[in-house]
Design a protein around this ligand. Sequence first.
Ligand code: NAD
Length: 525
Amino acid sequence: HLQPVSASAAAQQYPITHEKIESPRDTPYFLDNEFVCSKTSQWIDLHDPATNNLVTRVPQSTEEELKAAVESAKRAFPGWKATSIMARQQMMFKFVSLIRENWDRLAASITLEQGKTFADAKGDVLRGLQVAETACGITTQMTGEILEVAKDMETRSYREPLGVVAAICPFITPDFPAMIPLWSIPIATVTGNCLILKPSERDPGAAMILAELAKEAGFPPGVLNVVHGSAKTVDFILDEPAIKAVSFVGSNRAGEYIYARGSANGKRVQANLGAKNHAAVLPDCNKNHALNAIVGAAFGAAGQRCMALSTLVMVGEAEAWLPEIAERAKHLNVNGGFEEGADLGPVISPQSKERIEALIQSAEDEGATILLDGRGYKPEKYPNGNFIGPTIITNIKPHMKCYSEEIFGPVLVCLTAPTIDDAIDLINANPYGNGVAIFTSSGATAGRFQRDIEAGQVGINVPIPVPLPMFSFTGNKRSIAGGGRNYFYGKAGLEFYTQLKTVTSLWRSEDAVLRKASVNMPTPS
Ligand code: NAD
């Protein structure tokens, strides 16, 4: 071990700098409200993407540790389910205020482990915090229904928790290391479930801080446990009968497997997957707004967002604006995420950088034009980081590899279409359907686009239309597993973490007249 970890590891303070950490500490796991050092012999090194210096080591939790997390959650469940909804609501209020107090600390852990800029990381925390804030309204969200179905007879429905549930997060958790755990923690727990959280092995720091804050907010031991690891931990979660539901966010490769195996084992599974988000740009749009929105949404977080605007369809004369987009992108400041004025940081790992650069090369080899080439970019202070500058590729055809694959880096690929109908056909032919945007000043064109486009989240002059938590995150096609039944957060998220129970009761107001038992199916009338 790098250094023994004790409960005080909870108080880990992340430096607001990329300087080498002299004595990095191992990441503990979180069991029964304690931070515990894993007994594993398998550790996953986690490096600062800006420097590739070691930040921490993440354990591959052992079988015993994983079982202990399940046993702890099972023990906690009856008491937590019986805890009054008002008491759970109070804890959620406290949790929300603690997240606010620890906002910078959470953001610092994200910048250090995932690479995105500090300002962007603060936004990441905020979008998760809003889910927790919305969960504070649980007292009006959990109500059931009641109907008098016959004389003296009524049926009531109750929403009950499922029991032990689990959440598996992406590094994009490095995409959103705070937001995505916060898609699950507040809703799963406030509804009375006990949650086992597996953050990404590539950036678990924010999740560990959230666990510490949950304890401080009053969550009883076992209501939230955090385990670590990669595929082995995921398989354990998928096969463990006590776990009733699994939330997953990540790639199609992992997610389609998780959905299939989890569902085959009788679990509820919600799984948000990969994306290729298009924007149709019409020549009648507000050009300045559109170009700024596109550059921000394509390159922010170095393109490592599931809702990054990675694909442009320039309609008609809008094609002529491509050099101007490149000009604006050229001025973005690519630097360590803690540096003042940094617009985008590095990508998550050297392997990721290599994969993205190979995709750019494949476009060149297939005949596309590299209008802006960010390969090989090295900020002066960070020669060892995984940096790629903004890259724009034009003359793209749908068969090209950089179009058919999700790039997940600071790369914008550009296609053209003669009319809006051609643009709609082209976008609809793409297998992904996460987010899409249109830039136009015509309400009629926007209306047609909104109606005919096959994507779950549509932005009209809005580049990243991620819905706020009173709605749900509504991917479509291959961007969500299972045909989009199990959305994250909003009403659908609450339904995912609860099951309905109906109770039908009869309290006779006068003596029954029947003296003989009826053997027919009761048909109250
Ligand atoms: P990933 O699929 O590699 O990892 C996600 C999780 O799955 C991690 O916890 C990881 O440990 C686990 N995992 C990885 N490989 C596995 C395997 N073979 N078997 C079992 N488990 C495995 O994804 P990532 O690289 O961390 O995240 C990037 C992806 O997430 C992108 O495709 C992005 O579009 C997607 N994403 C989607 C949304 C959305 O809401 N649609 C949001 C964020 C990220």
